[in-house]
Design a protein around this ligand. Structure first.
Ligand code: URA
Length: 235
């Protein structure tokens, strides 16, 4: 099996991040650093260490949905010592990690798993699974701005793909929007709203594809149902 796939299978991280670990020289096979991505290992015989810790395939795959509160980061370590989303998941012995990112000040649906294949599928740039957000923004976008948003906007020098946007509620100086994007670029919703001159005040993710946050309260989590796991596997 390819080394990066094995690392993901062991629940250490996604396949893509495993490649990074390999290139950084953090992976040893039989106590020798291996920093070539094509390396194939014998999973019954070879001993693989990541950061000098022996890793083993995780038999039990877990899939968790969390309603992320504000102030938590979706990385596993934070240089600024902010709180980490996995601190909210108690009683799960498997080593899980967040699928993709949500900004520290964004709330809502975050998946966590030790299934590297699902993480790979959901975070790969070619993945077009819709991600749906509710945003409170400054002002009320006009027709032209909504149209620009829908068609795709240039952010960081590159056009976004088509997106959906609907005004749910209008107030004098702010509005509530229902937004769906099909990519997962860094701070994408905020940058798109900024590009139409309606900066985001609050952002919450309510769905990833067919998976919906539903009535989960802030900071609460649950295991995914079998049909939800099946859905992810079939993506
Ligand atoms: N878009 C953003 O701007 N922030 C998030 O956290 C998610 C999507």
């Amino acid at each position: 099996m390819r080394l990066q796939k094995y690392i993901a299978l062991c629940g250490v991280t996604s396949r893509r991040k495993a490649e990074k670990l390999i290139l950084e020289g953090k992976v040893k096979v039989n106590d020798k650093v291996v920093n070539e991505l094509g390396t194939v290992i014998d999973i019954d015989k070879d001993k693989v260490k990541v950061n000098d810790k022996l890793i083993k395939p995780e038999r039990n795959k877990v899939y968790i949905m969390l309603n992320k509160p504000i102030g938590y980061v979706t990385t596993l370590k934070d240089e600024q010592n902010r709180k980490i989303v996995t601190d909210l998941i108690e009683g799960v012995k498997e080593r899980i990690y967040p699928v993709g990112r949500l900004d520290a000040d964004t709330t809502g649906l975050l998946l966590l798993t030790n299934d590297g294949d699902i993480t790979y599928k959901l975070t790969h740039p070619s993945n077009e699974v819709p991600k749906r957000y509710i945003a409170i923004v400054e002002g009320v976008p006009n027709k032209l701005e909504l149209e620009r948003f829908r068609k795709g906007l240039k952010i960081d020098g590159r056009y976004t793909s088509k997106a959906k946007i609907k005004i749910i509620r209008r107030y004098e100086d702010e509005s509530i929007l229902d937004i769906t994007i099909h990519e997962g670029r860094n701070r994408q919703v905020k940058k798109m709203c900024e590009a139409i001159n309606h900066p985001v005040k609050k952002l919450k993710r309510i769905a990833i594809g067919e998976l919906e946050l539903g009535g989960l309260n802030l900071g609460e989590w649950r295991y995914l149902e079998d049909d939800e796991i099946e859905y992810l596997k079939n993506l």
